[in-house]
Write a protein that binds this ligand. Structure first.
Ligand code: ADP
Length: 389
């Protein structure tokens, strides 16, 4: 926010530190060619309870050398300087990848220019004949910078912990495959060799062990698929979604044949994406539409609508539907609405879809009522390279 002379007169008085409050340490770099103005700025800050360490520079070269050498909490820059202007400090800071707030301390510039300074990245603009306002302006700029740092730090922490978790899921699911294969193979062998040769309980226990091992294999395979999304940065290429659906239909041939499902689509776009991930995305949605079918044979419609910035894809089915209160929860990994006996599955399919869509900057959601079929919608950003078929 900039405070113009007029506003100050109307009463937005600067908040002053009271005499008892501790002095705040401040390392300031002052960009000013007039030594008496430097004195006035220093005086205003000291009066505002700052314990100051300051350097003064005039030229862009001196400024660059100082910010490379030292760490500053704030830059206080005059606007008009011999051979350059105060906004040049912001360009230099950007070039040097430094985030230091810049407060422009200047004679009257006019509202338009003052607003321009803020738009271009200055933290504030203080008039030289309103220097009592400077301490509060500096305090606010430093506080905002601290908040930016904290936010950045939290984001980095979150990204790091997500990476660790994904790495763990990947390693665990990858390394579990081999021992699990041994368990599954030998329990199946036990079942084949000793079925009916031991007592009834033994048959039951072997059956449980085989069933458990097979389910665990499916779960580990799905978890591996989940943690693989985005691991290898594939170069996005134009992907014809019509061809993607053809592949999906071929992959799901058995389920489609057995259920009598119809998969209808036409004029789907070419989008810039990872082909493998698009197959995975549509295949999970179509497979679910078949798996969660009602008494009628499944009819699945796939359409896409160009909404300028995004493609809106919709996969509609005539299946059992989903109660609206479960609409969000089904996208969470391992969340399922049914027991394994009712419908097999690991509860990972939709979380994979979400990961694929969100990685591209899109959104996925469901629109449904219990018993009335479902529409899964997802958006995909239209990228420049897209060619409409
Ligand atoms: P899974 O299919 O292995 O259970 P998903 O993550 O693919 O896991 O789906 C999560 C849950 O969402 C399913 O268990 C089911 O309850 C519900 N669901 C997904 N797709 C549909 C659909 N087309 N119709 C009805 N329910 C669905």
């Amino acid at each position: 926010m900039i405070t113009t002379e007029k506003e100050e007169k109307q009463g937005s008085a600067p908040i002053r530190q009271n005499a008892d409050s501790p002095r705040q340490k401040l390392r300031a770099l002052i960009v000013e060619d007039n030594s008496s103005d430097v004195e006035l700025v220093l005086h205003a800050l000291r009066k505002g309870s700052f314990e100051l360490q300051s350097d003064v520079v005039q030229s862009a070269q001196e400024f660059t050398a100082r910010v490379r050498q030292n760490t500053y909490d704030v830059i206080l820059s005059d606007y008009r300087l011999p051979g350059w202007n105060g906004m040049g400090t912001i360009e230099i800071l950007q070039r040097e990848a430094l985030d230091i707030p810049v407060v422009i301390v200047s004679g009257a510039l006019g509202d338009v220019k003052a607003v321009d300074c803020i738009k271009q990245g200055a933290a504030d603009y203080v008039l030289k004949d309103h220097l009592p306002r400077l301490p509060e302006s500096v305090r606010r700029a430093v506080r905002e910078k601290q908040l930016r740092d904290e936010h950045r730090h939290a984001q980095e922490e979150l990204a790091r912990s997500n990476r660790d978790l994904e790495q763990f899921a990947y390693v665990a699911s990858h390394d579990l495959q081999e021992p699990l294969r041994m368990v599954a193979t030998y329990t199946q062998l036990l079942a084949e060799r000793y079925q009916g040769k031991l007592d009834q309980n033994a048959d039951k226990y072997i059956h449980y062990a085989v069933d458990g091992a097979i389910r665990m294999q499916i779960l580990v395979k799905d978890l591996l698929a989940f943690s693989r999304v985005g691991r290898q940065e594939a170069v996005p290429q134009p992907v014809d979604c019509n061809l993607v659906i053809k592949t999906v239909i071929a992959n799901l041939q058995a389920a489609i044949g057995e259920s009598g499902a119809q998969v209808l689509y036409e004029n789907l776009p070419v989008i810039v994406a990872d082909h493998g991930e698009m197959v995975q995305l549509f295949q999970n949605l179509v497979a679910n539409a078949i798996k969660f079918r009602s008494a009628a044979p499944p009819v699945i419609h796939i359409v896409a609508e160009n909404q300028k910035r995004d493609w809106l894809f919709s996969v509609t089915d005539n299946g059992i539907g989903i109660a609206p209160e479960h609409a969000e929860m089904i996208f969470v990994i391992f969340k399922r609405l049914h027991t394994h006996e009712e419908y097999p599955g690991s509860g990972i399919g939709l979380s994979i879809c979400k990961k694929i869509v969100e990685k591209q900057g899109g959104r996925i959601w469901v629109q449904s009522q219990l018993g009335q079929g479902s529409i899964f919608h997802f958006t995909f950003p239209v990228k420049k390279e897209v060619v409409n078929p």
